[in-house]
Design a protein around this ligand. Sequence first.
Ligand code: ATP
Ligand code: MG
Length: 564
Amino acid sequence: MVKENIPTAANFIAAIISADINASKNDGRVLTRFPPEPNGYLHIGHAKSICLNFGLAKDFGGLCNLRFDDTNPTKEEQEYIDAIMEDVRWLGFDWEDRLYFASDYFEKFYEFAVFLIRKGKAYVDSLSADEIREYRGTLTEPGKESPYRNRSIEESLELFERMKNGEFPDGSHVLRAKINMASGNLNLRDPVMYRILHASHHRTRDRWCIYPMYDFAHGQSDSIEGITHSICTLEFEDHRPLYDWFIEELELAAHPQQIEFARLNLSYTIMSKRKLVRLVADGHVKSWDDPRMPTISGLRRRGYTPESIRDFCDRIGVAKKESTVDMALLEHCLREDLNLRARRVMAVLKPLKVVLENYPEGSVEHLDAVNNPEDAGAGTRKVPFSRVLYIEQDDFMEDPPKKFYRLAPGREVRLRYGYFITCMRVVRDEESGEIVELRCTYDPETRGGNAPDGRKVKATLHWVSAEHSVKAEVRLYSHLFKKENPAAVEEGGDFTANINPHSLEILHNCRVEPGLAEVLPETIFQFERLGYFCADRYDCIAGRLVFNRSVTLRDTWAKILKKG
Ligand code: ATP
Ligand code: MG
């Protein structure tokens, strides 16, 4: 790596790496890794870690591995592995041929364990799990040594081998590191290294019935792979002395440097996998990739782009201090990205029929509409206009309050790319009294949206032609939780109490421009005046249009309403 090309440090971790390169540490090499445990789908917090690990490697001319820390066979599944790989790729990162599994190192870990027993640095303990917990002490009280702690090396070696051979039931013995039961750091009070677990592993099948603890696997995996900078979240700060202890006692040559950063917390969102699993298992959402989920696959299905997520991760930066990022920032990043790229179209979510009484029956015009005002190259398209149209129910009020400028009886407004129309009469359903139709007139002189006499209108409405438009289902999503911090619950309460019962509203009778009839899944549009909408990845198929609202546009009327 050429030193002149080292980028200026974007954050404190980049500064550390930069200094390491300057000092020729690790021969100037940079190798990071993203180490998920395959026990759930990746979420936006993981995206931060992915962008950081792959991003730093790229910035410093290094590489980043993908490694599954798969040490817990009871919670891990192939489905999660597949989903994780798909999500990392979709985000735009590539581990090339550097795909690793901690389970690939099980043999090595076993040898490491034997090495520590031989050295007198590990022993088989035969206390029960409850007893071990009891003996562990607390933050204010030192722990107590197990009566098995001074068992002979030979006895521990023999028991450990018999543990491996499947001679003992789960929970009857564990292997522990012999460090210090009085340490102020609880992680150093003879932590468990191995436990007996008669469970089949998704990769090693029934080869093992003892499994290493995460803390005995993680640091060694990094060392085996020659990771230079092990970047992880703050909760591992207290584990660092233990990881260092293992690597030193194992006399391993490669000693990765662990650097901790604050995890991402996002308002109106939970990030704990344990809780996300529950949302899916208990049916609060439909699946891991439900567009309300903070998972990468959920965000994708909602209409988030890899670019917007990477931009978000860039903007939130990296710090040493916990904080909560406002969900509005994530939404902002999506709007910024889509504003430049998304094609504008017209769609009416809650249709109200408009009949133009003076428009010739049976006649159709094809009006020019701009595809994207932010991108001249996107060109224009033709939109059919005819005597019977749909506008949005919300764009009409029979008795409008002061600041409502849209359509009302006797009032003139502009139809986007079309004509000025004036509302002459309201037609009601005889039984329900509901407004079912507006009878209007149009001014043929205003084609394209301007009056030759210079008269102005205060509102421009979107619309579709009744006969030409296509039916669509639209799913309106809002926050999955009512509270900014969903984890904050009354004593004895559960986070599910904070679930927003109105996070999904499905509209079945929406109408969209005919040009959308053949839309491909995952195409994102701006529905003019409404927001950005994404053709659902799975449910939008030929003959059945389904759109997810990704994010709204800012609605000034809603703000006025709010202010009361
Ligand atoms: P678990 O409780 O299952 O360990 P986890 O969220 O830590 O959950 P991992 O699969 O271990 O999940 O995480 C993989 C990597 O992503 C780790 O390096 C972890 O530090 C990082 N990570 C997890 N959550 C966040 C978050 N909210 N912000 C930033 N990084 C995160
Ligand atoms: Mg973890």
